[in-house]
Design a protein. Structure first.
Length: 181
């Protein structure tokens, strides 16, 4: 089997403006003469668009002898999403990753380990199950901005708590930073 990341995560996957990152099709780029109508920035042709221009067939045709390709999200990123962290390099995420990979490899955990036997917080197990079920949302990158991979139904707990705090502050009549001039 071939294993790798989602190509849409690349920062030049789609045709997009290099200033505001608004995405366009290859035909739109040509119609606009390579300039973004919103900000005047340069529209850079994406890798996917270039591949489509060079392709001989409308859909990929793979030879029978080619092993299947599996797109993965690194386990540390899944743990970070489940725990509500933006970065997979935080000490908490790395500690959980180390605990999980002590008994299984990362690929085993993501693909076929019995999750009933894995000792981890339920939200981490749910996140791995969401990945296995294919509940993945990929926001493609373009124009120099990396794409993002998210799991459907996984709301970052820390972001939710921050929103709740902001709502509480607004309800109390706290002044906005922009009111101080």
């Amino acid at each position: 089997m071939n294993v790798g990341f989602y190509p849409e995560e690349g920062k030049y996957n789609r045709a997009a403006c290099t200033r505001c990152f608004k995405q366009f099709s290859a035909a739109q780029k040509d119609d606009l003469l390579g300039r973004c109508p919103a900000c005047g920035g340069r529209i850079k042709l994406g890798v996917r668009d270039r591949v489509e221009l060079l392709a001989d067939y409308p859909k990929p045709i793979h030879p029978d002898h080619r092993p299947p390709y599996l797109h993965l999200i690194p386990l540390a990123e899944i743990i970070a999403m489940a725990m509500g962290y933006k970065s997979a390099t935080t000490a908490s995420v790395q500690r959980v990753w180390s605990e999980l990979t002590a008994k299984h490899t990362e690929i085993e955990l993501l693909i076929d380990a019995d999750l009933g036997e894995v000792e981890a917080e339920p939200k981490i197990i749910e996140a791995i199950e969401a990945f296995r079920a294919g509940r993945v949302v990929v926001v493609p990158g373009g124009g120099g901005k990396y794409g993002e991979v998210r799991l459907q139904g996984m709301v970052a707990e820390k972001e939710l708590n921050a929103d709740e705090k902001n709502r509480t502050a607004k309800e109390k009549g706290q002044r906005s930073l922009f009111e101080f001039r």
